[in-house]
Design a protein around this ligand. Structure first.
Ligand SMILES: Nc1ncnc2c1ncn2[C@@H]1O[C@H](COP(=O)(O)OP(=O)(O)O)[C@@H](O)[C@H]1O
Ligand SMILES: [Mg+2]
Length: 504
């Protein structure tokens, strides 16, 4: 398995609050208490060797999926290398103890050449336990490996997380949408962690920004679910597999595969009544039954009044800024003036978490006032972030560029033209700039709608009840750069064609 596949398979099963609760898993007359490493048959303990018990726990953990022989062996024999016959012996012992095969009852199925699969019908129940500390391996928790730091404890997202958790009781398809870097992935991962108790069997997280050329979202999901690496996994297979499970599937960064995600989720939701999807994307799917959560930016202090240090510190944008600045080795006095500058920076960056992180990382070198000053320059688009962040988050130009590339040619052109608006503008003004002399109003309306849906053009209420439209400051700088680049291209691109210089 390569690194990408490995990454896509993470976050498999969730331990239900391992310090206070364990799980009782029942099948046929048996009940398995994994945390206590005990198997009972109709209330009496079944004597089972420790290796056979390890194997049973691993199989039940991945019930319905084929568990590779080597994986089972490394689970039962940890660091010891043993012959495969040991596994066969223990599987035979396990089957005997379970009465597998008697009266047509099947629990453990051999998948020749690959491994074994637990095929019995399971019911799971949460139970209080004294301690589950010795059950350290089998039920790995959801983790956010590969995601940017900070995902574990997002600032200022308690309310939205509470709302999303409650919305998921009524909606099985929730899209978290918003501009790049605003915190969609962070919220989705935090939600998965929060819901680990409600989805005791499975939470799966797939980063779809990485779906390689030639792969499909269905294949990625099938791999994630452990359904093998078949190149043509029919979606119905995935849907049938999911139909018996209460599963939460997070599809992160659907931007470039939105049509495929639409078709896949629609088909699965139609068949499986226990599957829940949470998607993150710059744009909503726009399908029936979709519940859209438009993620707003982190709250920033108001600019209208002078506020105390404590008051400023209560704003999540300020908290993220200070945390990241300190992590970057910056030191600054805890004065009202410092906090006023920090508040100003957060306002200028409109509470976008990624932009705040990137600015905060400059403070160690330029100080607070210097960073504020630099915000007025185009360099802010190129400020480098974490080396291990996804490429589209290494700087603001990459983040906005990712969204820009999603636009149609007409939307791109309109986006560039709109960079001339310094202030929020009325729809009439925006449409006039968008039609660009063509007079095609209905096309211009579609373009404006597309830009708003993709979060490249923001709306705010106007003084006369009519909305106003504007490009956020960083987007405007980016659009201006694109505009000059396009003008430059038009003027100076020359094409050598049969030795003739043709100006385009
Ligand atoms: N609420 C938050 N608290 C702290 N850091 C955050 C928060 N939201 C986002 N971040 C940080 O901002 C960056 C971008 O967040 P991310 O969730 O990846 O954005 P998106 O998915 O919308 O593009 C990440 O480095 C993340 O750690
Ligand atoms: Mg994201």
């Amino acid at each position: 398995m390569n690194a990408k596949e490995d990454f896509l398979r993470f976050a498999v099963m969730v331990n239900t609050n391992r310090h206070e609760y364990g799980e009782a898993v029942s099948f046929g007359p048996f009940t398995l208490f994994p945390t206590e490493r005990r198997l009972e048959r109709s209330g009496s303990v079944v004597q089972l060797g420790s290796r056979a018990l390890d194997i049973l726990i691993a199989l039940i953990q991945h019930a319905g999926q084929v568990v590779d022989r080597r994986k089972l062996m490394s689970r039962a024999w940890r660091n010891i290398v043993v012959d495969e016959s040991n596994l066969r012996v223990n599987i035979a012992g396990l089957r005997k103890a379970l009465g597998d095969g008697e009266d047509g009852v099947r629990y453990v199925k051999n998948v020749p050449g690959i491994g074994y699969c637990f095929v019995g019908q399971l019911t799971r129940e949460r139970i209080a336990t004294e301690s589950s500390s010795h059950f350290s391996e089998p039920f790995p928790r959801v983790h956010s490996g590969g995601f940017a730091p900070g995902a574990a404890r997002p600032q200022g997202r308690d309310e939205v997380l509470r709302t999303l958790a409650s919305d998921l009781r009524r909606h099985r398809l929730i899209s978290i949408v918003g501009p790049g870097g605003i915190g969609k992935t962070t919220v989705a991962i935090a939600l998965a962690k929060r819901l680990s108790g409600e989805f005791p069997s499975e939470i799966h997280v797939a980063d779809l920004s990485e779906v390689a050329h030639g792969d499909t979202v269905a294949l990625t999901l099938a791999r994630l679910l452990g359904l093998g690496d078949l190149h043509h996994v029919p979606v119905t297979c995935i849907a049938n597999y999911l139909s018996t499970r209460r599963a939460l599937i997070i599809l992160d960064t659907c931007d470039y595969v939105i049509d495929e995600v639409t078709s896949l989720t629609t088909q699965i939701l139609a068949v499986s009544s226990a599957t829940y999807f949470v998607l993150t994307s710059r744009e909503a799917l726009r399908v029936r039954y979709e519940h859209v959560c438009r993620l707003s930016a982190l709250e920033v202090p108001p600019g209208s009044e002078v506020i105390s240090i404590e008051h400023a510190h209560a704003y999540p944008a300020v908290q993220v800024f200070i945390q990241r600045a300190l992590e970057g080795g910056a030191r600054f006095p805890q004065t009202r003036k410092s906090y006023a500058t920090i508040s100003g920076i957060c306002r200028e960056l409109e509470g976008v978490a990624l932009a705040i992180e990137l600015a905060a990382a400059r403070v160690a070198t330029f100080g607070l006032a210097g960073t504020m000053m630099l915000l007025g320059t185009r360099s802010r688009l190129r400020w480098q972030g974490c080396r291990n962040a996804p490429a589209r988050h290494r700087n603001l130009a990459a983040s906005i560029g990712w969204s820009y590339a999603l636009l149609s040619e007409q939307e791109k052109s309109a986006f560039r033209q709109l960079s001339s608006f310094e202030q929020p503008a009325t729809l009439d003004a925006i449409l006039a700039a968008t039609t660009n002399g063509t007079g095609d109003l209905s096309n211009a309306i579609d373009i404006v709608e597309g830009l708003v849906a993709k979060h490249m053009l923001h709306i705010q209420p106007g003084p006369d009840d009519l909305p106003r439209y504007r490009l956020p400051a960083s987007e405007r700088i980016y659009a201006r750069e694109q505009l000059s680049q396009a003008a430059l291209d038009k003027r100076s691109i020359v094409q050598l064609n049969g030795g003739q210089r043709i100006c385009i």
